[in-house]
Ligand binder design. Structure first.
Ligand code: AMP
Length: 466
């Protein structure tokens, strides 16, 4: 069953329940279902069909969600684009994805038209309010919001299969130009299956989602999970620690998904205070390593042990701690349903417990490869079909995984492998340090020496020589 089928089922069961809230607007689950059907009709009217790409380039807004879901319903490929992309990045995505239609909000519409490659016929302006002033040249531009309001809310879905492409998500990785990671309908469904179980996510949850919706964390974990579970979601356009803390309290939230920086900021906001959030059930962290000192500071202030999960754009969520299981700081749990992992040495040997090597994964949420980049796809796989994450990990005897660094980020100093993550954890344990990044610098003696950039905590001053 696709996520679309499951969202429809949730809407049929609890249609009048609030689905998404954003600013002063509220969509019930039935509104999301009907609105995305209408969005599909509008896209179809502009020629979008199965396999066509639809780039969605907008700040967080409800119509952006409808455009994304509408594209999926047509069997088209949704391509989220970071609204803060500079011209070079946005231009590259428009060229590489060659979308039939671009959906953008007013601040981006003219840039999208200017940068749109020749394949783009139509740009749809998503805003409800005044239309942006447009230059004469460039692709045709039509209103999206008004058309969606007028369109029928009855389904127009194309039949899609598990192997059919659903999304292309651009990811820069550590080298070169952004590559479009392809994700199928089967990948999206498997991902949701795994994480609903890991987070024990149900229709009774109230989620606060302050993650951007152009990245898989916000979109494929947060939004898809919310709509499939049928829970109520408060969308926030951006993360602001004070606002999030107030919203968690006011809205009796039960679930929050964040990145480590959010936890660091929430912990800093609380300081020595203890924050009571009686309705909260679960805080989840992912997208980057959650430093142990940050997790500890957060737990001291908020009384919650953050659940950590690990994933990538190319594979979606592959490892997670469990809502009802043990949570050891510094670990990212065990494989979610449908995923297998192994840790491999540079010579291809599969390593045993506690030995560090490259983490490789395979299974149902792992995407089929990159768009227009067969070489990169081939390089990302082993001969026997495992996806090479490029992350260094260990697996202990109990199956708990630890991410110890990026393979390309490992610092080789005097023949010793130094994992930036471990040094960063030490630096972050210092009371005057708010943020730390550790990297290698060339060194005549050691080959590479370990260097760190640190941000001092407010009010503290750090003496580099001290
Ligand atoms: P992205 O494709 O932008 O989501 O980035 C994926 C990368 O984020 C992974 O390859 C890891 O390097 C990193 N990452 C994601 N989750 C975690 C985690 N829980 N711990 C450590 N690194 C993580």
């Amino acid at each position: 069953m696709t996520i679309l089928d499951r969202m429809r089922r949730a809407a049929a069961r609890r249609g009048t329940q609030t689905g998404l809230r954003f600013e002063d607007r509220r969509f019930t689950l039935a509104d999301v279902e009907g609105g995305s059907n209408a969005a599909a009709r509008v896209l179809k009217a502009y020629g979008v069909g199965k396999g066509d790409r639809v780039v969605v380039c907008t700040a967080t807004c409800l119509e952006g969600v409808l455009a994304h879901l509408g594209a999926l319903k047509l069997g088209a490929i949704s391509v989220p684009a970071n609204p803060d992309y500079k011209d070079a990045e946005l231009g590259w995505i428009l060229e590489d994805a060659a979308p039939k239609v671009v959906v953008a909000d007013a601040p981006r519409i003219e840039r999208c038209r200017r940068l749109a490659a020749s394949s783009v016929e139509v740009v749809l302006e998503i805003d409800r309010g005044e239309r942006a002033a447009l230059a004469a040249e460039g692709p045709r531009c039509h209103p999206f919001y008004q058309a969606v309001r007028k369109a029928s809310v009855h389904p127009v879905d194309e039949l899609v299969w598990d192997d059919d492409p659903a999304m292309i998500v651009y990811t820069s990785g550590t080298t070169g130009r952004a590559k479009g990671a392809r994700l199928t309908h089967g990948n999206l469904a498997a991902n949701i299956e795994g994480l609903l179980e890991a987070f024990a996510w149900t229709a009774d949850d109230r989620l606060v989602l302050a993650l951007p919706l152009f990245h898989v964390h916000g979109l494929c974990v947060g939004l898809h999970g919310a709509l499939v579970s049928g829970c109520e979601t408060r969308l926030l356009a951006r993360f602001d620690a004070e606002e999030v803390r107030a919203v968690l309290e006011r809205e009796q939230a039960t679930l929050f998904l964040g990145v480590p920086t959010m936890y660091a900021r929430l912990a800093a906001l609380a300081g020595e205070e203890t924050v009571e959030l009686p309705s909260m059930r679960l805080f989840v962290s992912g997208s980057a390593p959650l430093p142990v000192p940050v997790a500890e500071a957060f737990e001291r202030a908020y009384g919650h042990r953050v659940l950590e999960r690990y994933g990538m754009t190319e594979t979606l969520i592959t490892l997670a701690q469990r809502a009802d299981g043990p949570r050891t700081y510094g670990t990212v749990g065990t494989p979610v349903a449908g995923i297998e992992t192994r840790v491999v040495a540079e010579d291809g040997r599969v390593l045993g417990p506690d030995e560090a090597g490259e983490l490789q994964v395979r299974g149902t949420s792992v995407g089929p490869g990159y768009w227009n980049a067969d070489e990169a796809t081939a390089a990302s796989r082993t001969d026997d079909g495992w996806f090479r994450t490029g992350d260094l990990a260990t697996i202990d005897a109990a199956g708990e995984h630890r991410i110890v660094g990026r393979s390309r980020e490992m610092i080789l100093s005097g023949g010793m492998n130094v994992y930036p993550r471990e040094v960063e954890d030490v630096l972050l344990a210092h009371e005057d340090v708010a943020e730390a990044a550790v990297y290698g610098v060339p060194d005549d003696d050691l080959g590479e020496a370990v260097a760190a950039a640190v941000v001092a905590r407010a009010g503290a001053s750090i003496d580099p020589d001290g």
